[in-house]
Design a binder for this molecule. Structure first.
Ligand code: HEM
Length: 210
């Protein structure tokens, strides 16, 4: 473990492994949220399953650990990169460099973290510790508030930007650097980023107007 977190390459690999894990979480989370369009019963059943299934309960702790790890490693990586910039940074990231998104990962990351704190307060904490009987109603009621929808959509756009670099960076850090793969990795990364940002945004906007 120490090699994984103390060497520069090890830190990048650790970042990418936790990133892959969070990418999987986002796909599952969006999949469940899209059942909001089917109707209250389906979404409530999916939400109930997620809240009661023993395996998912264990995975929630792994998820929390994955988030904390990703955040701390991200901050550490940023500080290390700052200390060794500009030459080393440019050299280390030649393959993965994608302009604005890659240079601002720390800022988009911090803003996404603020969103997650707000989001957990409004959904997770209320469902887990409050008196919520209908998850569908909780979600759809919150999206009647335009300020809320705006904050959420901004957060989803930032998440898309973060992923537009993070996705391809996760692959290049674990070795997918050959030019013939890089093109595909970049394209799939962009498609995935749009899918996540638009998928979550459409939910918030739809239920504002619904
Ligand atoms: C339209 C967008 C979204 C909706 C409607 C939504 C809804 C919810 C709901 C209802 C829960 C509570 C689930 C439960 O405890 O039973 C939840 C939990 C959570 N959400 Fe979201 N979410 C959205 C987007 C996001 C995004 C973009 C992220 C990450 C960047 C995220 C991260 C989390 C986390 C970490 C949890 C706690 C773990 C869990 O319960 O699965 N959510 N969300």
């Amino acid at each position: 473990m120490s090699g994984l977190t103390t060497s520069s390459l090890g830190r990048k690999v650790a970042m990418s492994l936790s990133g892959f894990f969070l990418i999987t979480f986002l796909l599952v989370h969006l999949g469940i949220n899209l059942t909001l369009f089917i109707g209250a019963d389906t979404f409530n059943a999916a939400s109930h399953f997620m809240a009661t299934n023993p395996l998912i309960q264990v995975m929630q702790y792994v998820l929390a650990a994955g988030f904390v790890f990703h955040i701390f490693m991200g901050i550490w990586l940023e500080l290390k990169n700052r200390a060794s910039r500009p030459i080393k940074y440019a050299k280390n990231n030649a393959a993965a460099n994608s302009g604005w998104a890659s240079r601002n990962m720390i800022y988009t990351g911090i803003l996404i973290l603020l969103f997650i704190i707000l989001h957990l307060k409004d959904f997770f904490v209320k469902i887990k510790f409050g008196e919520v009987h209908d998850d569908y109603e909780l979600v759809t009621e919150l999206f009647k508030n335009p300020i809320y929808v705006l904050i959420y959509v901004i957060a989803f756009i930032l998440l898309g930007i973060h992923l537009s670099h993070g996705f391809q960076s996760a692959f290049t850090s674990v070795g997918a650097r050959a030019p013939k793969y890089l093109k595909y990795v970049k394209n799939i990364g962009m498609a995935f980023s749009y899918f996540i940002a638009l998928g979550f945004s459409i939910i918030a906007i739809y239920f504002y107007f619904a």
